[in-house]
Write a protein that binds this ligand. Structure first.
Ligand SMILES: [Zn+2]
Length: 597
């Protein structure tokens, strides 16, 4: 028989043994499955370990194992005396980061029961102290973790100084300020989209937002709007920054999707230049086959077509696919993935060039997407992908590139790992100014050695490492930078309004919506937003209900300030709207920091 005594930490028990003595000595039952179950402790022990500690003041800890190897422990001191400490690291626990200490010795007959998700350590109070641990999980080195006994957020106080400690235990880091706790099954935690590791760390929380491309009609302003959580996590194993899973992605990708690539002149010039350079460098001709994934309205393939190079677009959005076909560009209306790739290769042939611009970050299942590429790629074929570079996003605080359709935020390190997993090798990389700083990677089958790996690849990998992109600390502090941008922008808008000046916006894209909704800006601070796309004019921004209008309004209302929302093309916009100088108008850009132009 034993007594289970509750502690301040839910699920942590002091287990009091009740020995029976007679002239021979004593006898006590240390573990009985039924009794433990009766106390609500479903402990199936699979390992028993014994620790010997020569000197008083020996410290071991704080140790824990992360899922899937998280474990419960039952600790008993069998010789000498120790001060045993438990730290609550469970996500969502009301006592998260609280700790308790319990004295265990070989006389009192006390043990301590520690549930999954708690860290454990002890300091010995006598020479020759021995403890026995029962574990419900196997020791799993890749799931082993530790936290520093000096972590100020936990503030453990030991009853004596540490005399002996291993280098490993001394080297454990303090918990990151972004550590959200260990999932112990109470909440169903999201898993990394690439490596399936549990996501324990928040990168940034923008709280919630409506779907960023759902521009509203005036009738829709009268109806309630749905907001979805907008929060990013990062994986501490592969460093993929990724959006929280939400179930209603079908609603977010409505057929109303209003993005037409061809409305941006600088983007068209970028596409044209790419096509010319690819033909020049790799010699594509009439015998080649070019496939673009997410080919949109044919903004890029039209330039291959001009050069009489056979090309096919893959584009799931019906509206944009139709526009592409009107330009004479063959377009298959499907989502790209492994099965699509197999079907395509069977029905036609494998591609000499596969292009994916601004799609890699937008696919929910990145393994199925990248896994499809080698299935569609000819033996000597080339893949190029462009995507916004996470390093630029962090360095420039480009948090407005976060929206629901943007699932992954990619470093070169992470993309290299994802490609390698699927049998692709990146042999070249270029840094582009598009979207505030993008990467264009060139890949091939890993076994195709006809294209050597350029020095640029290792150069960028080591630059990312030197920035610390392979370390947890790099991803910290982003939220604070985001808050600062919000405060600065709101202060400027409020000051302008208080002084009787007017501010309007330019560029009703997803970027602007993230910024406006996160900052809580409405039309009292930003009277209207101008956009060149006739599909958006006459509608209203989701969430903020700011009207989207034609540029004529700027000439007519002569605003004092024009807030440029797509900061990545600010030079183009400043030039285009240069006439606001006539009445003393100024341009404002909020990112990477508030700037008046
Ligand atoms: Zn991962």
């Amino acid at each position: 028989m034993c007594n289970f005594i509750k502690t301040e930490l839910d699920g942590v028990f002091v287990v009091e043994l009740l020995p029976v003595f007679d002239p021979r000595g004593g006898f006590e039952r240390v573990y009985c499955k039924k009794e433990f179950l009766h106390a609500g402790l479903d402990a199936d022990f699979v390992q028993i370990n014994h620790s010997f500690n020569t000197r008083a003041g020996t410290f071991r800890g704080f140790h824990y194992q992360v899922p899937p190897a998280s474990e419960s422990k039952l600790i008993r001191c069998v010789v000498g005396k120790a001060y045993d400490v438990v730290v609550d690291l469970r996500a969502g626990s009301p006592t998260f980061l609280k700790w308790i200490g319990v004295e265990l010795d070989d006389r009192k007959g006390r043990m301590i029961y520690i549930p999954e998700g708690c860290a454990h350590g002890f300091i010995t109070l006598t020479d020759n102290t021995q403890l026995i641990y029962h574990h419900t999980g196997y020791y799993t080195p890749e799931c082993e973790a530790g936290v520093s006994f000096l972590d100020p957020r936990i503030g453990v106080q030991l009853p004596r100084e540490i005399a002996v400690i291993s280098d490993k235990d001394r080297g454990f880091p303090a918990l990151s300020s972004h550590f959200a706790g260990i999932d112990t099954g109470g909440t169903s935690k999201m898993k990394c989209r690439f490596c399936a590791n549990e996501l324990n760390y928040e990168f940034v929380d923008l709280v919630n937002a409506p779907p960023s491309n759902s521009f509203l009609t005036s009738a829709e302003l009268m109806s309630p709007e749905v907001f979805y959580p907008l929060k990013l996590y990062f994986c501490e194993k592969c460093f993929l920054v990724q959006i929280d899973e939400h179930k209603k992605s079908n609603e977010i990708f409505s057929s109303d999707y209003l993005y037409f690539s061809s409305y941006s002149t600088s983007w068209l010039a970028h596409a044209k230049k790419y096509v010319e350079r690819m033909i020049e460098r790799f010699g594509f001709d009439r015998t080649s086959l070019v496939v673009e994934i997410a080919s949109n309205d044919g903004y890029l393939l039209q330039y291959f077509k001009e050069r009489a190079i056979p090309c096919v677009g893959i584009e799931p959005s019906a509206g944009t696919a139709k526009v592409a076909r009107e330009k004479g560009i063959e377009t298959v209306e499907v989502f790209f993935g492994k099965s699509t790739a197999v079907d395509f290769a069977k029905a036609r042939r494998k591609a000499d060039l596969i292009i994916g611009n601004n799609v890699l970050a937008h696919v929910p299942d990145i393994n199925d997407f990248v896994g499809g590429i080698p299935l569609l790629l000819a033996d000597r074929g080339i893949v190029t992908m462009e995507f916004p570079h996470l390093m630029q996003m962090v360095e420039q605080t480009q948090f407005d590139t976060i929206y629901h359709e943007h699932f992954s935020y990619l470093s070169f390190l992470t993309v290299s790992a994802i490609f390698a997993r699927h049998g692709l090798a990146i042999f070249d990389v270029e840094e582009l100014p598009t979207h505030g700083g993008s990467l264009r990677v060139f890949a091939r089958h890993a076994k195709d050695e006809s294209k050597p790996v350029s020095a640029a690849v290792e150069r960028l990998l080591s630059r990312e490492r030197s920035f610390g992109m392979n370390k947890i600390t790099y991803y910290e502090g982003f939220q604070e930078k985001v808050v600062k941008i919000k405060l600065d922008l709101l202060r400027a808008l409020i000051d302008a309004r208080s002084a009787g000046k007017t501010t309007v916006g330019y560029g009703a894209a997803a970027k602007g919506n993230t910024l406006i909704n996160y900052c809580g800006i409405k039309k009292d601070l930003l009277r209207y937003v101008v956009d060149a796309s006739p599909h958006k004019q006459g509608r209203f921004l989701p969430g903020s209900h700011i009207p989207v209008v034609h540029e004529d309004n700027i000439r007519r209302t002569k605003p004092d300030y024009v807030l440029i929302l797509p900061w990545n093309i600010r030079h183009e916009i400043v030039e285009q709207l240069g006439y606001i100088r006539e009445w003393g108008g100024k341009f404002v850009v909020a990112i990477p920091q508030l700037t008046l132009i």
